[in-house]
Design a protein around this ligand. Structure first.
Ligand code: CMP
Ligand code: FE2
Length: 275
């Protein structure tokens, strides 16, 4: 496993996180997913974030960064992120191709570490739920053991868990067949760790804020196409691309907010039936 990443912070400072997810970039800047140019929607999201001028300590990218498994797509991702001063960490989604992803992002200076210590009060753990070649997720025994070791290593730190796949029913039947298959095992392990109050995921291309076995689960809009909540079959939403901010307080409280572009420029094909 990659080295530990330590982000020094002033004593007692809050940790400010920006989450970017499901960018679905291609090698070509003109390529589209369901009628949306994902390169342009990603750029528009980054422009809007820059314009907000909010202070961010770390950026977390929660998977499906590339749609076509290409090295170039990861270069596009990195070029976008590197305009910010804050370091970026990432985890893979079902569409990612880790052999290309690891090298391309590392070459661009984007940290491969999956355990991040933030100041004195918090850590982030970034889990790999990918089962290569299929849309659903699963945590390997290795991932579960590694997570447990990290939690045991720092029992006095509050811990935010990040993963690509949603561990609970999202309310969209077609998406819930692609969820984290062994979510119950994760829940059982986490019951022993009250310092984990919050989990953060991507994958479902919609905002979600739910209680999961006494923990809080947040999901975040994609920077490209959006899926409509509470649908049985594949249905796109007309909501604009989005992103999420989280603030981790030294007393363990988590505040969070989802933002979206203020434009209808990135509306998808209304009659698309999947990809
Ligand atoms: N019509 C569909 N029915 C079921 N699953 C789909 C459909 N279209 C796409 N998918 C899969 O569902 C996944 C949900 O989000 P992803 O971006 O991970 O990638 C998507 C595809 O792998
Ligand atoms: Fe996904």
């Amino acid at each position: 496993m990659e080295s530990l990443f330590k982000l020094p912070l002033v004593d007692g400072a809050k940790v400010r996180i920006l989450q970017i997810t499901d960018t679905h970039l291609f090698a070509g800047e003109d390529q589209t997913l369901l009628g949306v140019n994902t390169f342009r929607s990603y750029r528009a999201v980054l422009d809007a974030i820059s314009a907000e001028q909010r202070e961010v300590d770390i950026i977390a990218a929660t998977g499906d960064l590339a749609q076509d498994q290409s090295v170039e797509a990861y270069h596009h991702f990195a070029e976008g992120i590197n305009r910010f001063h804050a370091p970026c960490v990432w985890l893979p989604g079902n569409h990612d191709f880790q052999p290309a992803m690891v090298d391309a992002l590392a070459e661009a200076g984007i940290h491969p570490s999956k355990q991040v210590l933030l100041g004195n009060d918090w850590q982030i753990l970034l889990l790999d739920t990918q089962v290569f070649g299929v849309p659903h997720g699963e945590l390997s025994e290795y991932q579960l053991d590694w997570m447990t070791r990290c939690l045991d290593q720092y029992p006095d730190r509050f811990t935010l868990i990040m993963l690509h796949h949603h561990p609970l029913p999202s309310g969209c039947t077609w998406l819930d067949q692609h969820s984290l298959r062994n979510a119950h095992t994760l829940a059982t392990v986490l019951q022993a760790y009250p310092q984990v109050s919050t989990l953060l995921c991507g994958h479902i291309h919609q905002e979600l804020d739910l209680d999961w076995y006494g923990k809080r689960l947040y999901a975040t809009p994609s920077t490209c196409v959006q899926f409509k909540p509470h649908c049985t079959n594949f249905t796109l939403d007309t909501l604009a691309p989005g992103w999420r901010y989280l603030t981790l307080h030294p007393d363990g409280r988590v505040e969070t907010e989802v933002c979206r572009l203020q434009t209808s420029e990135f509306s998808p094909d209304a009659d698309a039936e999947g990809y």
